[in-house]
Design a protein around this ligand. Structure first.
Ligand code: NDP
Length: 487
């Protein structure tokens, strides 16, 4: 199985190679087979990318927004037309089940390009009446923006950053995670095919070192990172040192609260989507499932039955629900948390092992896992595991569960299942989280802002809110009379 790109990087509208860069093998996580080899960016490649972006950006910013939008919408159409091929590439690169990538990954990238391609033409500054004189604000691009991605949604993350950045008149340099270098290159090709001028979307491969070189480059105005809290703190500090704009989309340990009156099937669906989709590698997952006492047994019974029916296997098989984790290192991390949970005294209710899958023995699989009897102070209930591991906790009162849900450094997401809508809104208002759901979980349409509070991040992606984070305001005061002066 091969998925070799033409070259490692995409700069100034073309593939670029630099064999001096350290080689990096790309693995299919279901078999550990090498599917491609790329080279990490050398300082020369970083320079080339920044130079291309810097040169291309001013003319792009001068285009009418409706013209920029047209190119983004064309790119959305090409993505949709090539959905199957892109979904397959994403499955090879990430190991996520094809039945997910066919509906979620390139599709969500296309949604972002379409949304910002449409929205930008009517996104304007304000006119301010100053009682004779007047003022207005201009929304100006920042210049060269850097996007740094995690490995769980590679093409989605690239597009969620590129679409608002480009719409607002910026250029972007995107560094994918070293685990998933492939699909951003195809996105770059698609942009070129859609008519995006050379230099406006560049892809460079690399580890954190390349990320650091990009963020600290004097020609770079902004960084948007999707990653862990630890990386976020380092990158934000670096951006701060150079007084650069920064958006941080970081990790979480989000609460999903199920009240006694909830619809059990829907709540179980929400909890399963919020723990097992993408093999649990989703930042907003509701990994602390709080069940009110009266629904606990019914919920656990259905959760157990339905989790047992999950089909683990080759992610390219359209019948497979659950693929492997991204890497051996991530599997070790998840398995060590499962061991830790047992040592901490939680009850391993289901899963917890490595499945025996014929022909996929070298893949990075872990069974969908449920812990019960979890206490709030256990590390499995406090730290992000980023794998298919659900912690089930029980509670009695609304006040109690809100306090326990908020007792975390994270604040990315939260969900509530109840038929009592007054309670749903009251509880959501009291939860410290940036992205919330009532009677569903983990839906992230581009029309709604996405992001976290507390340690889970700063800034927002998606919706018009994202455009604010890729632009700066200029205020203009216009005098219509004489200049009053005491001199
Ligand atoms: P990491 O934080 O390890 O890496 C994220 C990206 O940052 C990678 O491209 C990485 O490069 C790069 N990087 C690492 N160190 C630095 C540095 N010092 N300077 C600049 N860039 C650096 O996250 P993972 O890739 O492991 O992804 C999982 C994490 O991402 C989880 O915590 C998850 O919750 C979070 N996440 C958050 C989302 C959100 O929107 N809130 C969505 C998806 C994931 P490389 O890996 O190539 O070395």
């Amino acid at each position: 199985m091969r998925a070799q790109p033409q070259a490692s990087h995409y700069i100034n509208g073309a593939f670029v190679e630099d064999m001096e860069g350290e080689p990096l093998d790309v693995l299919y996580p279901a078999t550990a087979e090498i599917i491609a080899r790329v080279h990490l960016a050398t300082p020369n490649i970083v320079e080339q990318a920044v130079e291309a972006a810097r040169k291309a950006q001013p003319a792009w910013a001068r285009l009418k927004p409706v013209e920029r939008g047209r190119i983004l919408r064309r790119a959305a159409e090409i993505l949709r037309a090539r959905n199957e091929e892109l979904a397959r590439l994403e499955t090879l690169d990430t190991g996520k089940a094809l039945q997910e990538t066919l509906v979620a990954d390139p599709a969500s990238a296309a949604d972002a390009l379409e949304f910002f391609g449409c929205a930008i033409a009517s996104w304007n500054g304000d006119h301010v009446d100053l009682g004779g004189p007047f003022g207005y604000t201009r929304r100006e691009p920042l210049g060269v923006c850097v996007g740094i991605g995690a490995w769980n949604y590679p093409i989605q993350i690239a597009a969620w950053k590129a679409a608002p950045a480009l719409a607002a008149g910026n250029a972007m340099i995107f560094k994918p995670s070293e685990n998933t270098p492939l699909s951003a290159l195809t996105l770059a090709e698609i942009f070129t095919e859609a008519g995006l001028p050379a230099g406006l979307f560049n892809v460079v491969q690399g580890t954190g070192e390349v990320g650091t070189a990009l963020v600290s480059h004097p020609e770079v105005a902004k960084v948007s990172l999707t990653g862990s809290v630890g990386t976020g703190k380092r990158v934000l500090a670096l951006a701060g040192e150079h007084m650069k704009h920064a958006t941080m989309e970081l990790g979480g340990k989000s609460p999903l609260i199920v009240f006694d009156d909830a619809d059990v099937e829907n709540a179980v669906s929400g909890a399963m989507l919020g723990n097992f989709y993408s093999t649990g590698q989703i930042c907003s997952n509701g990994t602390r499932v709080f069940l009110q006492k009266g629904i606990y047994d019914r919920f656990l019974e259905r959760l157990t039955q339905r989790t047992r029916a999950i089909r683990i296997g080759d992610p390219l098989d359209p019948e497979t629900h659950l693929g492997p984790l991204i890497s051996e290192a991530q599997r070790e991390r998840v398995l060590s948390y499962i061991e830790l949970g047992k040592r901490e005294g939680a009850h391993l209710h289901l899963g917890g092992g490595v499945p025996n899958l014929q022909g996929l023995e070298k893949g990075f699989f872990v069974e969908p896992t449920i812990f019960t009897n979890v206490r709030d102070d256990m590390r499995i209930a406090r730290e992000e595991i980023f794998g298919p591991v659900m912690c089930v906790l029980s509670f009695e009162s609304e006040q109690e569960v809100v306090a326990r849900a908020n007792d975390t450094e994270f604040g990315l997401a939260a969900g509530v299942f109840t038929r009592d809508l007054a309670r749903a809104h009251r509880v959501i208002a009291a939860l410290q989280a940036g992205t919330c759901w009532i009677n569903t979980y983990n839906l992230t349409p581009v029309e709604l802002p996405f992001g976290g509070v507390k340690s889970s991040g700063i800034g927002r992606e998606n919706a018009l809110a994202a455009l604010d984070h890729y632009s700066q305001l200029k205020s203009v005061y216009v005098e219509t009379g004489n200049v009053e002066s005491p001199y």
